[in-house]
Every structure is written in structure tokens, then in C-alpha cells.
Design a protein around this ligand. Structure first.
Ligand code: DAT
Ligand code: MG
Length: 142
């Protein structure tokens, strides 16, 4: 087991509903280390890059519209096994199928409003931190 990093993003609905503290708190209580954090409004090009694997899905345009609709909180979290563990803490993509006790299971109802993103592999963790977290965004208005 080795130390790895995952990209966690509180989506616009999570920020708007005031769930940022609650979500950060769950990762902190688990014992992972917060290694980066910023609030920003995701530009369309970055959103499309972030979700490029889903480009051909019918819901892709709606997904991009949603992710760019308001400020997001993006974070890098670090720890042993953090990628898979964060996915467990987040729960299933469809919040109605997510177990109680998970973030989506406790706090969300709709797949298209599932409050938080977490990388699905260490490789994607690095890729997503590189695109969404490390990219300089010049427009800071949220
Ligand atoms: P996850 O966010 O659990 O990794 P994913 O990578 O398959 O799920 O999809 C990314 C996001 O796209 C997901 O959080 C919400 C949206 N999405 C996925 N499947 C969807 C569907 N069938 N209808 C509407 N939105 C969907
Ligand atoms: Mg995914």
C-alpha cells in the first residue's frame, strides 16, 4: 500500500446547499490529509477535459452545464489507499442506490445533482489534479 492522491470536487449544488464543511469533515475524520484546496468557477473547456471519458454519453451536455453553473470547491486529498476509500465514502453514482452513511446516500437524491466528485483511479487522480486543480484560472469571480 502506498501513499496516493485523489481529486475531490464539491459540485455546484453542494456549494450552493452549504455542504462544503460537511463533506470536508468526512474526509478529515477518516484521517486523510488535505493537500490542496480552491474555490473556483470551472470554465467549459476544463469541464470537458475533466469529463472527457463521458463525451459520447447522452447526458454529457447537461453534465457540463451543471458543473459550470456555479463555483466548485476542488481539493487534492492524500493518503494510503485514498482513491478507493474516497469512492466508498462518497457512495454510488445514483444517490438513491448509495448506502446510508455515504455522502451521496445521506445528502443527495438525483444522479445529476450528486454533490461531489471523486477520482476513480490513481492515474485519473493525477490527471484531474493536473487539469482542474493546478490549472491557473484567470477569472476568479464566482
Ligand atoms: P461518478 O461521479 O460516480 O464517478 P461517472 O464518472 O460515471 O460517476 O459519471 C460522472 C457524473 O456524470 C456523475 O457523477 C453524474 C453524471 N452521470 C453519470 N451517469 C449519469 C446518468 N445516467 N444520467 C445523468 N447523469 C449521469
Ligand atoms: Mg467518475
Amino acid at each position: 500500500e502506498q501513499v496516493e492522491e485523489t481529486y475531490i470536487m464539491v459540485k455546484p449544488d453542494g456549494v450552493q446547499r452549504g455542504l462544503v464543511g460537511e463533506i470536508i469533515s468526512r474526509f478529515e475524520r477518516k484521517g486523510f490529509k488535505l493537500s490542496g484546496l480552491k474555490l473556483f468557477r470551472c470554465p467549459r473547456e476544463l469541464a470537458e477535459e475533466h469529463y472527457k471519458d463521458l463525451q459520447s454519453k447522452p447526458f454529457f451536455p447537461k453534465l457540463i452545464e451543471y458543473i459550470t453553473s456555479g463555483p466548485v470547491v476542488c481539493m487534492a486529498w492524500e493518503g494510503v489507499g485514498v482513491v478507493a476509500s474516497a469512492r466508498k465514502l462518497i457512495g454510488s453514482t445514483n444517490p438513491l442506490q448509495a448506502e446510508p452513511g455515504t455522502i451521496r446516500g445521506d445528502l443527495a437524491v438525483q444522479t445529476g445533482r450528486n454533490v461531489v466528485h471523486g477520482s476513480d483511479s490513481p492515474e485519473n487522480g493525477q490527471r484531474e489534479i493536473g487539469t482542474s486543480y493546478k490549472t491557473q484560472v484567470l477569472v476568479f469571480q464566482t
